[in-house]
Design a protein around this ligand. Structure first.
Ligand SMILES: Cc1cc2nc3c(=O)[nH]c(=O)nc-3n(C[C@H](O)[C@H](O)[C@H](O)COP(=O)(O)OP(=O)(O)OC[C@H]3O[C@@H](n4cnc5c(N)ncnc54)[C@H](O)[C@@H]3O)c2cc1C
Length: 458
């Protein structure tokens, strides 16, 4: 079913947005073009609203003319989330980008949805507080991160967007403005609409602003990097580290291929072995003691080399390299398309699941470096596909299917952080079972004409 923009609707939109609307095919395509194997499908027009009233106005028009709306943050999502399979209008939130307030006493802040995570980090730099959720794409917006229920390297200690959004404002399909949550640290008042909208991928409402929980910058941060003879050893060591009761803020895995790519791209000389990158947060005394404990445990689990960095510049270099890992892998395999898997399993099943995935990729001849937020049981096989090779494409489908089956059999999920979009719709149906019907009911109750991001999730 097309929910395309009619000539009348386009004329009305153009009158409202004047020079903040584009129908240029290249601009529309650029707004649908993400790092995904899902082919891009462009909207008919892109608009850049600056106020919540303008968003209400677009939604009212979409209801009247029945065209589709696709909210757009920075377009870094990985499952075809910002595609426009039914046409319509892309709403680019980048001009709603002010940090409205930072409340030091309550450790929270109010931001518009188009503020990027990098922008917020710079804004908070001298406040003694930080916002912890750090997806690998620095230009991701807080609105997009909330809409995908994003997480990052520090989720093991500070939680994901689910845990760090105290409330939000959204425009709903009937044009009403909903304000959810409060500035209180907890609330038992009715349904949790904040968490309903978090992870809704633009299908239930357009988030215009968010109230975020901030955290104090710890007195001390120490990075520990340990290198292992096999991925299995590294996973077992990661699992054991979680039970030590240390101030672990990051527990990241890179396999040998990823380490090679990182060394080359970031001009480092780290051992090219399966490696765990840890970061400890706490007081000077606690991080020093924790680092010793961690070192000891890593040795017991077979680490062949361990380094500890407490200076800011050493740590920054390491974490910049970790965050750059995806691009480093892409650089190492020019001409190939990255397909990033995202299963998450209970940590007790992690080693088994990662091992079986590596064996599967090898069996089917796929190049698939492994990177993972293993402290959360979440890992990515970055499958580098040669799309001109039919065998590669067939193997990709098989391996993805088996991986999801394996994760679900382990009581895990098909996506720890990237979300469903278009790419994981079949996987969601497998995972959610009967609760999918409840999700559909919520969607049709809140957006009966299906104007918000149609063709996603279901
Ligand atoms: C190199 C790389 C590394 C990544 N690493 C991580 C990672 O570690 N963790 C992680 O979670 N993700 C990661 N991602 C995926 C991606 O960065 C996240 O999904 C991010 O949250 C998307 O933010 P965005 O602003 O780009 O949203 P977009 O891609 O623009 O949009 C994502 C979805 O949210 C909807 N949306 C956007 N803004 C709004 C709004 N204001 N209101 C309602 N709906 C909205 C869109 O319609 C779409 O469905 C990575 C991506 C890349 C390219």
């Amino acid at each position: 079913m097309s929910q395309e923009l009619s000539a009348d609707a386009l004329a009305e939109l153009t009158r409202c947005f004047v020079d903040r609307i584009s129908v240029a095919p290249a601009t529309c395509l650029q707004h649908a073009n993400s790092l995904s194997i899902v082919p891009a499908e462009a909207a008919r027009a892109v608009v850049w609203p600056e106020t919540i009233e303008e968003i209400q106005n677009i939604v009212e028009m979409a209801e009247r003319y029945r065209f589709a709306l696709v909210p757009f943050g920075a377009g870094t999502s990985l499952e075809g989330h910002v595609n426009a399979p039914r046409g319509g209008v892309c709403i680019d939130m980048s001009r709603m980008n002010s940090v409205r307030a930072v409340n030091a006493e309550d450790m929270d802040c109010d931001v518009e949805a188009g503020v990027t995570r990098q922008q917020l980090a710079s804004h908070l730099r001298d406040t003694g507080m930080f916002f912890p959720v750090d997806p690998g794409a620095e230009q991701a917006t807080l609105g997009g991160m909330a809409a995908t229920r994003a997480s990052g390297t520090t989720t093991v200690r500070y939680g994901s967007m689910r845990d760090n959004v105290l409330g939000l404002t959204a425009v709903m399909a009937d044009g009403s403005i909903v304000e959810t949550g409060s500035r209180a640290r907890k609330s038992a008042a009715g349904y949790d609409l904040t968490r309903l909208l978090i992870g809704s991928e633009g299908t239930l409402g357009i988030i215009t602003s968010l109230r975020l929980r901030l955290h104090p910058v710890p007195e001390s941060k120490v990075a520990v990097v340990a290198h292992f003879p096999s991925v299995k050893f590294a996973c077992d060591a990661a699992i054991s580290s979680l039970a030590l009761g240390l101030g672990l803020a990051r527990v990241e895995l890179l396999d040998a291929t990823s380490m090679r790519a990182v060394n080359k791209s970031s001009k480092l000389a780290l051992p090219e072995m399966p490696s765990l990158f840890f970061e400890l947060h706490g007081s000077l005394a606690s991080t020093r003691d924790d680092a010793l404990d961690l070192r000891r445990t890593m040795s017991e689990f077979g680490a062949e080399a361990i380094s500890v960095s407490s200076t800011e510049s050493e740590r920054d270099t390491l974490w910049a390299a970790r965050h750059n890992c995806f691009w480093a892998i892409c650089e190492a395999y020019p001409g190939r398309t990255p397909v990033v898997t995202d299963v998450c399993v209970p940590v007790s099943k992690l080693a088994e699941c990662v091992d079986a995935t590596i064996n599967d990729c090898q069996h089917y001849g796929l190049v698939a470096p492994i990177v993972g937020h293993v402290g959360d049981g979440n890992f990515h096989a970055v499958i580098m596909v040669d799309k001109s090779n039919q065998r590669d494409v067939k193997s990709l489908d098989l391996v993805m299917d088996r991986l999801i089956e394996r994760a679900l059999a382990a009581d895990g999920t098909c996506t720890g952080e990237h979300g469903i979009g278009q790419g994981k719709m079949a996987a969601l149906a497998r995972e959610a079972g009967r609760s999918l019907a409840v999700m559909r009911q919520i969607k049709s109750a809140l957006d009966p004409l299906a104007i918000f991001n149609p063709g996603k999730i279901f």
